[in-house]
Ligand binder design. Structure first.
Ligand code: HEC
Length: 203
C-alpha cells in the first residue's frame, strides 16, 4: 500500500513538472548554431547549413576549385543566422561565426531549358570557414569536407589563409561578393584596409 502511495506521488510530481517545464521539442527551442569539435579537434560538419541564411552564389569564379575545368560550377555561401543578425547590426562577424561554401556542378540539359545553367543535385565539395577566437591563433580556420562528417583544420600555410587575408572586404571573408552585406559594411566603416587599397572606388 505504502509502495503504491509512493509511486502515485512520484507520478503526480512528474505530471506537475511536465506541465510546468516547456516541452523540449518546441520549435523555438532550436539550439544555437555553434562550432562543435571531436575530442581530437576535428570540426563536426554543420549538417543543417541549408536552413541557414543564404549569402550568394558564384558561378565559375576563376580562383575556385573548378577554375580551368571544362564544365561550369556554382558555389553557394551560407552563414549561421545568429552571425548574420550580428553582421546586420555591426558590419562584422561575431565569435563562433560559421560560413559554408557548397560547390555544385552546373547543368544545362533539360527539356525546358534553352540557355544558361541550373544547379546539379550533386554536391562536389563543402568548405567551412569558422571564427573561434579562443581556439585558433588567427581567430579563423578553414575546413574541407568530402563525405566524412568531421574534418581536420587546413594547415595555416595553405593559400586559403593568404588569399582570404589579403583580398577580403571584411574580417577575412569575401563580403564584397555578398550583396546583402557589403552596403552594411560600408555604412559601419568595417571594410578592411587591404580591400580599400585594392578597390579604392568602394569607399
Ligand atoms: C585566390 C583566392 C582564394 C583562395 C586561394 C581561396 N579562396 Fe575561398 N573564397 C574566395 C572568394 C573570391 C570567395 C567568394 C565566393 C563567392 O562569392 O561565391 C571565397 C569564399 C570562401 C568561403 C565562403 C566564406 C568566406 O570566407 O567568404 C569559404 C568557406 C572558402 N572560400 C573556403 C576556402 C578554402 C577552404 C580555401 C583553401 C582550400 C580557399 N577558400 C581558398 C577566394 C579564395
Amino acid at each position: 500500500m505504502l509502495r503504491i502511495g509512493v509511486l502515485l506521488s512520484i507520478s503526480l510530481a512528474l505530471l506537475i513538472l511536465g506541465s510546468v517545464l516547456p516541452p523540449t521539442n518546441q520549435v523555438n527551442s532550436v539550439p544555437a548554431n555553434v562550432p562543435q569539435y571531436t575530442a581530437d579537434g576535428q570540426l563536426k560538419f554543420p549538417a543543417n547549413y541549408r536552413e541557414w541564411v543564404y549569402l550568394s552564389s558564384g558561378i565559375d569564379m576563376s580562383y575556385g576549385p573548378g577554375a580551368g575545368m571544362d564544365h561550369s560550377m556554382f558555389d553557394n555561401v551560407f552563414v549561421n543566422p545568429e552571425a548574420y543578425k550580428y553582421f546586420l547590426a555591426n558590419g562584422t562577424w561575431p565569435d563562433k561565426t560559421m560560413l559554408v561554401l557548397e560547390v555544385r556542378g552546373a547543368e544545362s540539359k533539360s527539356a525546358i531549358n534553352k540557355a544558361g545553367h541550373y544547379q546539379s543535385t550533386v554536391v562536389m565539395g563543402r568548405e567551412v570557414h569558422v571564427k573561434d577566437e579562443s581556439r585558433f591563433p588567427g581567430k579563423w580556420a578553414f575546413f574541407g569536407f568530402d563525405d566524412a562528417p568531421t574534418a581536420k583544420m587546413f594547415p595555416t600555410e595553405m593559400d586559403c589563409y593568404s588569399c582570404h587575408a589579403q583580398h577580403t572586404a571584411v574580417d577575412t571573408t569575401f563580403v564584397q561578393f555578398y550583396p546583402t552585406l557589403i552596403e552594411i559594411a560600408k555604412k559601419k566603416g568595417t571594410l578592411s584596409a587591404a580591400y580599400l587599397k585594392e578597390e579604392p572606388s568602394a569607399k
